[in-house]
Design a protein around this ligand. Structure first.
Ligand SMILES: Nc1nc2c(ncn2[C@@H]2O[C@@H]3COP(=O)(O)O[C@H]4[C@@H](O)[C@H](n5cnc6c(=O)[nH]c(N)nc65)O[C@@H]4COP(=O)(O)O[C@H]3[C@H]2O)c(=O)[nH]1
Length: 921
């Protein structure tokens, strides 16, 4: 993620500012601590210098007094005498010496001298000026300095603890003529030094603390009462104020007392003091800052034994601290100011950088757009606000044929063809005015004059609210439109014949109904099915079938008007809608014309084919007010036409609907008929044409309907076939016929065959061969005893399958007969391939055989053809002796079947006939 420049500048400048403040802060603190340290060192040096100076000047002063005021011959004389004098003689000598030096003592007392005493070499005190009554007590144990002077015979001076008071002692040996006579001790209290140092250093207070260890080493246990623990540090002692007050004439203020207590808590003080080093600290008490200097001082032996501590009121540390604060404040303010300046500078630089980057991106985008414009497969044209062309791309030239030079500055109307409706341009300008955008189809003309459709997208560009340019991009959509037309054709037309398809028929029919309704006209829906088309298709191939359908479509189009609807529903079904009819009288004429046209022979390849139509007609508004009803009723009528025989036209009637309802009822009743044992087989004899001996019987089914009584097979067999129930019924017939034959055999009626009708459904069934085989086995039916009849149309329906099924049946020893021969379209070549034994000549030929020369000729040709193929012929429907004679004698027919020889009868009746017949032959 990229952080915007403003934020980046903020972050950078904040970090830089903080860093600068911290660095400057560290620098200032460092400076402050150096200054504080310098201040301390100044104090330290000042105290040290002052101390040394005072000690030194005092020493010089005392030494001068010693040399000139004490080392007088009369003094030395008295001391020399005292050295050898007895105890009794000493007071006299002591008095003389006292009187002699009293003026000197008084003088010295004025400058602060505390002690002035004379010691003899044997450790006795000769004279004490401040306690003249006390003398003669040994002091060696108390003052090591006296012993040093006596033994080493040299002057000794320095700070020394003592029994009563600690002080600066100056001890000089008293010598005369190289003889050591004793020593004289002059002591100055610390208060004297304090006064002197204050004179040099200015206002301040002092404390004197002694190293506990040193005191304990030099002061015996009796005299330790003069010391108590310092409030500053536990390792240091101070002289007991009350006991020493007499001598130490300096006092400390309460503030200093509290400061000392404060020092007990100061870690620096606690840490450094045991090391006897000089140092300075600052502290604050009662709103006053103090510089407290610690100066270690040496004893007589040269080692540090105490600290002189000076408390000096000073505002220097506070001043330094305030300076630090103000410096910090000023520096921070300056840095912040610099930070702000840095921020603005940085922001400007970042913005500049971003601007550069953005410009670079814009430039590369511009070059990209330029490339897109140049390389686009879509033609692009830019016009200005006056709609004059300002730019075009190569695709534009490629599509229109115009070069840049030819169109720049021109109006795009130079592309117009005049084929685009004016309303389209109006809509375009309106949309551009209102929405700045328009898309649509325009027809233009190229430079070479050729016309083409294009899909155009135009966008209006605005600058400050006013249209500045129009950008139009367009593509040639000729191919797309052709494809759309093709799709449209495929969606609405039958690809084979080019007629409308089922979907389009429904759309158009609905429109026709509406307009017929509006104009109070009639419309006729004609359902057309080609008779035997399936046979032609199966036997001669699909290509022949397709060509036949194309020819049919052509003939239908020729016989109808353009306003009529001609469609193919699929297979061999066509629907024609005759529209704009004024009277029903107009309909038969057109329909007959169509029927005649379709019935004409078709020349397809090497074949001359006959394919008649079955037509059903339903009329709007009498036979239906809507599309579905009209189509259904025309279909019903067509179905009836088929039933009536081929090449037939049927007009829908209400009765047809009734028939359809009845068929439904029959189907429902048939489902129960087998369980309820409502079927029965009747048998009709087949006799030898010459001897008239019964050779067999044909089993014909009868239905004893519980309500309707005996129902003939032609009423229910087609329904059973349509519904598939025929398989169950057929199986029952086969079983029953074989059982009956077996019964008759048992009754002694032998050598007759039984013919059973087989429906197309049964023949198609995969189990028919097994079914027949099992039945024959069950009832011990011998070869030739069972004959199966299939109609001519069944045999022609899927011939290849039919042949293989028939072969298998024939192998079982079953005789096979073609029923109703002559009614269907049978190819003789094909008949030859069928494994059949018998042809049954349809009774329609037999009926008029005596009177109609055509029928006679057909019958004769059929019989001779059958004989030529090695088939026997059974003539059906023989009712008269004439017919029998004609068939038997003239045409040499083999078997005859008809009412003349016996109607179909139940088994119990026919059995009598069979028996009688058997006996008579
Ligand atoms: N006018 C006239 N008619 C005669 C004469 N001699 C016989 N007939 C009738 O002709 C039909 C002969 O049967 P089909 O052609 O196989 O025609 C049969 C057959 O196609 C079918 N059918 C009958 N029983 C069965 C069956 O069990 N299974 C199958 N699938 N179809 C059957 O029903 C058709 C009609 O059967 P039926 O009504 O029994 O009609 C029978 C019979 O009664 C005659 O001299 N004059």
């Amino acid at each position: 993620m990229q952080i915007p420049s403003l934020w980046r500048a903020r972050i950078h400048s904040t970090i830089a500012t903080l860093l600068a403040i911290v660095l400057v802060g560290i620098f200032l603190f460092k400076q402050h601590s150096i200054q504080t340290q310098l201040l301390g060192e100044q104090q330290e040096i000042a105290l040290d210098t002052a101390y040394r100076a005072i000690v030194e000047t005092t020493r010089r002063d005392i030494e001068a007094r010693f040399r000139f005021q004490i080392m007088r011959p009369e003094v030395l004389e008295l001391v020399a005498i005292a050295g050898d004098a007895t105890e009794q003689e000493l007071p006299v000598l002591r008095g003389k010496l006292y009187r002699l030096l009293e003026p000197v003592y008084r003088e010295m007392e004025e400058i602060g001298l505390l002690q002035f005493q004379f010691h003899l070499p044997d450790d006795r005190v000769l004279l004490r000026f401040h306690h003249p009554q006390r003398s003669g007590d040994p002091l060696f144990s108390l003052r090591p300095s006296i012993r040093i002077v006596h033994t080493e015979q040299r002057p000794v001076y320095g700070l020394e603890t003592g029994s009563t008071t600690s002080g600066f002692r100056y001890i000089f040996p008293l010598q005369r003529n190289n003889k050591h006579l004793g020593s004289v001790e002059l002591s100055m209290p610390f208060s004297y030094l304090q006064t002197q140092m204050n004179r040099l250093l200015g206002r301040g207070e002092f404390a004197l603390v002694f190293d506990r260890q040193r005191v304990l080493a030099t002061v015996d246990s009796i005299n330790r009462v003069y010391y108590s623990e310092s409030t500053i540090h536990p390792g240091f002692l101070v002289e007991n104020r009350i006991l020493t007050a007499e001598h130490q004439l300096f006092s400390q203020s309460d503030v200093v007392f509290r400061l000392q207590q404060q020092l007990r808590e100061n870690t620096k003080v606690q840490r450094l003091m045991p090391h006897h080093k000089a140092f300075v600290i600052s502290a604050k008490e009662a709103d006053q800052h103090y510089m407290i200097s610690f100066l270690p001082v040496q004893g007589l032996s040269g080692e540090s034994i105490a600290y002189v501590i000076r408390f000096k009121p000073s505002n220097a540390p506070a001043h330094l601290f305030n300076t630090l604060l103000s410096n910090l404040a000023v520096a921070t303010a300056l840095i912040l100011l610099l930070g702000v300046l840095y921020f603005y500078n940085l922001r400007q630089r970042l913005q500049l950088q971003e601007d550069i980057c953005r410009r670079q991106v814009t430039e590369s985008e511009l070059s990209l757009y330029a490339n897109i414009f140049e390389g686009s497969g879509e033609a692009i044209m830019v016009t200005d606000h006056k709609n004059c062309i300002t730019a075009i791309n190569p695709a534009f030239s490629h599509l229109t044929g115009y070069t840049e030079k030819e169109v720049i500055g021109s109006n795009p109307s130079l592309l117009a063809s005049g084929h685009t409706p004016a309303e389209t341009y109006q809509a375009m300008w309106q949309a551009l005015g209102e929405h700045d955008f328009w898309q649509g189809e325009l027809w233009d003309r190229r430079k070479d004059g050729s016309l083409y459709p294009k899909w155009v997208t135009i966008s209006a560009m605005r600058s400050q609210g006013e249209i500045s340019h129009y950008i139009a991009s367009f593509t040639n959509i000729s191919d797309r439109k052709a494809a759309e037309d093709k799709i449209e054709r495929l969606a609405h037309h039958d690809p084979l014949t080019g007629l409308l398809n089922r979907y389009s028929l429904e759309l158009r029919l609905e429109q026709s109904i509406l307009s017929a309704q509006r104009e109070q006209l009639l419309a006729a829906v004609v359902f057309i099915d080609l008779d035997r088309f399936k046979t032609i298709n199966d036997s001669l191939g699909h290509q022949v079938g397709d060509k036949l359908l194309i020819e049919v479509a052509k003939r239908l189009k020729q016989r109808t008007r353009d306003s009529d609807i001609v469609s193919r529903q699929g297979g061999d079904e066509f629907v024609v809608v005759l529209t704009g009819l004024r009277s029903t009288n107009d309909i038969p004429h057109v329909i007959n014309a169509m029927s005649v046209a379709l019935s004409q022979a078709y020349k397809i390849d090497q074949y001359s084919l006959s394919c008649t139509p079955s037509m059903g007609v339903a009329i709007f508004p009498t036979d239906g007010m809507d599309m579905e009803t009209l189509l259904k009723n025309a279909d019903t009528a067509m179905y009836h036409a088929k039933e009536k025989g081929r090449n037939n036209v049927q007009y829908f009637t209400a009765a047809m609907t009734q028939t359809a309802i009845e068929r439904l009822a029959i189907e429902q009743d048939l489902r129960h008929a087998i369980q309820n044992d409502e079927f029965e087989l009747y048998y009709q004899p087949q006799v030898c044409a010459h001897s008239q001996q019964i050779l067999g019987v044909e089993a014909l089914i009868r239905w004893h309907h519980p309500q309707q009584g005996l129902v003939p097979p032609l009423r229910f067999i087609p329904v059973a076939e349509e519904s598939g129930l025929i398989e169950t019924i057929g199986a029952w017939v086969l079983e029953e016929a074989c059982r009956q034959l077996s019964d008759w055999r048992d009754e002694g009626i032998c050598n007759i065959h039984i013919a059973v009708n087989l429906s197309s459904h049964q023949l198609r069934s995969a189990s028919i061969v097994t079914q027949v085989a099992e039945c024959m086995q069950r009832y011990a039916i011998k070869a030739g005893e069972l004959e199966l009849e299939i109609t001519e149309s069944v045999a022609m329906d899927n011939p290849e399958h039919c042949i293989s099924q028939l072969m298998a049946l024939r192998n079982l020893g079953v005789s096979l007969a073609i029923d109703d021969f002559g009614t269907g379209y049978s190819s003789l070549a094909y008949l030859k391939r069928l494994p059949i034994d018998i042809l049954k000549l349809d009774r329609s030929f037999v009926h008029d055989i005596e009177t109609d020369p055509n029928d006679a000729a057909i019958s004769e040709a059929t019989i001779s053809m059958a004989h030529a193929l090695g088939l026997k012929v059974v003539a059906e429907g023989v009712e008269t002796q004439g017919q029998a004679y004609f068939l038997a004698s003239i045409h040499d027919c083999d078997l005859l079947q008809g009412y003349l020889f016996g109607k179909p009868e139940p088994a119990n009746i026919i059995v009598e006939q069979l028996k009688k017949h058997l006996h008579s032959h």
